[in-house]
Design a protein around this ligand. Structure first.
Ligand SMILES: [Zn+2]
Ligand SMILES: [Zn+2]
Length: 285
């Protein structure tokens, strides 16, 4: 059984529509795929409608959090998308995305980059606009060769010249909201140091004590030694360890199913969730 628990669609900053994502997941030989767009659940309906037979969809989201000034992402699985408190917090984070991206465009213009808001809005399309869209504009303009090269101290990394902070949820509050909506919480790429500062292991222990269910161990931004360390930490703290592609379609280089989650860990996630059930595919539209 091949299980990939972290994927993005055009509902946030992926390049596959939700329907394309589930079709591509089936074509990649996955049995289970999670749709985890940033701070939104609006890809669910399209993904469910298109879900091929033999593929199971885990509904989720990746929530933007901040702890002691460090940005971090919290994956939430199988929560009730209608639960009002978690819904309100997602709205608050999402409403901030346009002014924030516009702020980054303005800073880049001050640095002499001929970027425009129209360009970034075109790249984002229907998706909720984010830093990868601004980064893609920098690639289009020939400022940097790849999207990853835009996520550096020169351009868009946390605290970099053109960076604008966003509203992010306190992760302890996020845990409370996810649990309140019947969901399961997994700290995404906790040691992805290429993206900027990461939280210390002591904070992961505190989050574990506060109800965190798991950490993402196998992820493209973790070196093999980091994965081994995180696997040990998960065992020590009684956390589930997941593996996922963090697929973004053609925006990033990773492929669906590049890293996967152990079926036993997946089973435990589904047992703990009370907000929603995994959706079995029935053939798709
Ligand atoms: Zn993330
Ligand atoms: Zn992600």
């Amino acid at each position: 059984m091949r299980i990939d628990l972290h994927c993005h669609s055009t509902a946030s900053d992926g390049t596959d529509t939700p329907a394309e994502l589930v079709r591509n997941a089936a074509a990649a030989g996955l049995d289970v795929v999670a749709l985890t767009d940033h701070d939104t659940t609006r890809g669910y309906a399209e993904a469910i409608a298109a879900l091929p037979a033999g593929l199971t969809l885990v509904t989720g989201a990746e929530l933007s959090c901040r702890l002691d000034g460090v940005s971090m992402h919290m994956l939430a699985y199988l929560f009730d998308p209608e639960e009002p408190a978690l819904f309100a917090e997602r709205e608050l984070v999402r409403d901030d995305r346009v002014p924030r991206a516009q702020g980054m465009v303005a800073k880049l213009q001050e640095l002499g980059v001929p970027i425009t808001w129209e360009q970034v809005a075109r790249i984002a399309g229907d998706g909720s606009v984010g830093r990868p869209h601004v980064a893609t504009a920098l690639v289009e303009l020939g400022v940097v060769p790849t999207v990853n090269d835009a996520f550096t101290g020169d351009w868009l990394a946390d605290g970099a010249r053109a960076y604008v902070p966003k509203h992010e949820t306190d992760p302890f509050e996020a845990l409370r909201l996810i649990k309140g909506a019947g969901g399961v919480a997994v700290f995404a790429h906790p040691a992805a140091s290429k993206r900027g500062r990461t939280v210390p292991e002591s904070a992961i222990a505190e989050l574990a004590a506060a109800g965190l269910d798991g950490i993402e161990v196998d992820h493209m931004d973790h070196e093999p030694a980091t994965r081994a360390r995180l696997r040990g930490l998960a065992a020590e703290l009684g956390l589930l360890g997941t593996g996922s592609s963090d697929y973004h379609g053609s925006r990033k280089t990773c492929v669906l199913g590049e890293y996967t989650t152990d079926p036993e860990v997946y089973g435990e996630i589904t047992r703990r969730a009370t907000g929603a059930f995994p959706v079995p595919g029935t053939g798709g539209a």
